[in-house]
Design a protein around this ligand. Structure first.
Ligand code: GDP
Length: 518
């Protein structure tokens, strides 16, 4: 098959949510779905719109899927879909944000009882900034949650995005009857096998006792309202990330997943190109292989210094054993160990195409943001820096180890593991991070790779703001509640104690123009 049709088959997305919304469960079910169709070698499930629960259990048992890797690929309906996990909780780090730079769309999982939660909002903002399509899966309809209209309202007002429900729930919790598929006006019942068809007036074509149910009639009226008064379906808006298709379901019960996948593959974009430092756009169908590294997973086992560098293929085709040039150094080397995670197992990759993510074994050669190419020289634009929220003072435990200490910091900062700042007058090194994990990784790697014990002292959560007009900054503006520091490029940055301190500063010094990074 030619490169172009291989690339058109690819869809690469990140799954974003707040912890516990059901991201892992949904991922597992998506993988099972892909696997089930492939393994069964039939599209029977697709036609009837439903797999029997027993089929699922069988597949689940046979395959014993567990979602442990951060990138996985599965097949669905002739497409090759790459899912990228965005670690949360204690694993939240800049890598989580950077993962969003390597995808062409995002799937946002929301717990129906909780609505939009803080981490969803943070990740959403980065997706929105990139203007990529966002698909919303409202999960846990098998439990009582917020009303569907309330959830849509919350998404629209909190995230400033229009919504277009692709499915509509009938009841929820104990009275959850099923979902209406807006595209073909069928009802997929939660507890029964056979689909129900609605006619143009939204009446059931065949009689069913549910019609007597008052809550059924209510849901149908809501659905009618959505059809008449809801946002217009607009493909353009979806592709810009201004309108999100919304799905209701229950990941745990594998319900609503197929409706989601069917629509996802129809509307999610195929791999897009990427801009180089020279301002040129490299198209995915460009024959020469190129890609960039967006994440490096350090091995926490001190006996192994191996790391895994995740590369998003931007153009062309990867073949095992091919030469890759590292744009930063110009050094050429054979890429003989690359890995990719298929739904069931880790596999050595022989071939991969633009849109795919491959893991490269690395002994310390790669940095985050690095470009690797074969053929025509490429150097992609840098990945953005993100505004850190957590800060720590750091110093070497043993003053005799200063040299190692600074070398370690320099390399880890360059690599993108952590951000470096220093205080105004004392040059005290300060580390910045978006997640606590980054400090732990830093401490661990300083000890193991640079043989340096560090002492860290938290300065806590701060709001970091850069300044457009640095010339107007005066020493007197520096205070404990608006602490002035330098970043690693010697830009001046205010670390505000809290929102209140920042507002107060803004009122006192209206001439200072503050801005945040992403
Ligand atoms: P993650 O932290 O977002 O990856 O969430 P998990 O997938 O680990 O799910 C968190 C909890 O919610 C687990 O106990 C799941 O079994 C449960 N859960 C996930 N999906 C559903 C659902 O559709 N319904 C119900 N009732 N529970 C769910």
């Amino acid at each position: 098959m030619d490169i172009k049709s291989e690339i058109e088959k690819r869809k690469t997305f990140a799954i974003i949510s707040h912890p516990d919304a059901g991201k892992t469960t949904l991922t597992e079910k998506l993988l099972l779905f892909g696997g089930a169709i492939r393994e069964a070698g039939t599209v029977k499930g697709k036609k009837t719109g439903k797999f029997a629960t027993s089929d699922w259990m069988k597949v689940e048992q046979e395959r014993g899927i567990s979602v442990t890797s951060s990138v996985m690929q599965f097949d669905f309906d002739g497409y090759k879909i790459n899912i990228l996990d965005t670690p949360g909780h204690e694993d939240f780090s800049e890598d989580t944000y950077r993962t969003l730079m390597a995808v062409d769309s995002a799937v946002m999982v929301i717990d129906a009882a909780k609505g939009i939660e803080p981490q969803t909002l943070k990740l959403f903002k980065v997706c929105k900034m990139r203007g990529i399509p966002i698909f919303t899966f409202i999960n846990k309809l098998d439990r009582v949650g917020k009303e569907p209209f309330e959830l849509l309202e919350e998404i629209e007002s909190t995230l400033e995005i229009e919504t277009y429900p692709m499915t509509w729930p009938i009841g929820m919790g104990p009275s959850f009857f099923g979902i209406i598929n807006r595209r073909n006006k069928t009802i997929n019942p939660y507890k029964e096998d056979a689909e129900l068809q609605l006619n143009e007036d939204l009446e059931l074509e065949e009689r069913h006792p549910i019609e007597q149910d008052a809550s059924y009639q209510e849901s149908l009226e809501e659905f009618m309202l959505v059809e008449e008064a809801g946002d217009e379906f607009d493909r353009e808006k979806i592709s810009r990330g201004d309108l999100t298709p919304v799905f209701f379901g229950s990941a745990l019960s594998t319900f609503g997943i197929e409706e989601f996948l069917d629509t996802y593959v129809d509307f999610a974009p195929s791999p897009s190109g990427r801009e180089t430092e020279e301002g040129e756009i490299v198209e995915p169908t460009d024959e020469d292989f190129s890609g960039f590294i967006f994440k490096i997973q350090a091995n926490m086992d001190p006996k192994h210094r191996d790391r895994l560098a995740f590369l998003r293929i931007v153009s062309g085709k990867f073949s095992r054993g091919m030469d890759g040039v590292l744009a930063r150094t110009g050094k050429k080397s054979k890429i003989s160990r690359a890995t990719m995670f298929m739904a069931d197992d880790k596999e050595t990759v022989d071939e991969a195409y633009a849109g795919d993510i491959i893991g490269l074994y690395d002994t310390g050669n790669y940095q985050i943001g690095d470009t690797i190419f074969n053929g025509k020289k490429r150097d992609f634009v840098d990945l953005p820096q993100f505004t850190p929220e957590l800060f720590m003072k750091v110093s070497a435990k043993n003053v005799m180890k200063q040299k190692h200490f600074y070398k370690g910091i320099e390399q880890l900062v360059q690599e993108g593991a952590i951000q470096y700042y220093k205080s105004m007058h004392t040059n005290q090194p300060i580390l910045g991070a978006v997640g606590q994990l980054q400090f732990e990784v830093f401490e661990h790697r300083m000890k193991n790779e640079y043989n340096t014990d560090v002492v860290m002292e938290p300065i806590g959560k701060k709001i970091a703001r850069w300044v457009e007009n640095e010339a107007d900054i005066k020493d007197s503006m520096n205070s404990p509640r608006a602490n002035l520091v330098y970043d690693r490029f010697d830009n001046q940055v205010f670390l505000f104690e809290n929102e209140f301190a920042m507002r107060w500063f803004g009122e006192k010094y209206p001439e200072i123009k503050l801005y945040s990074l992403l």
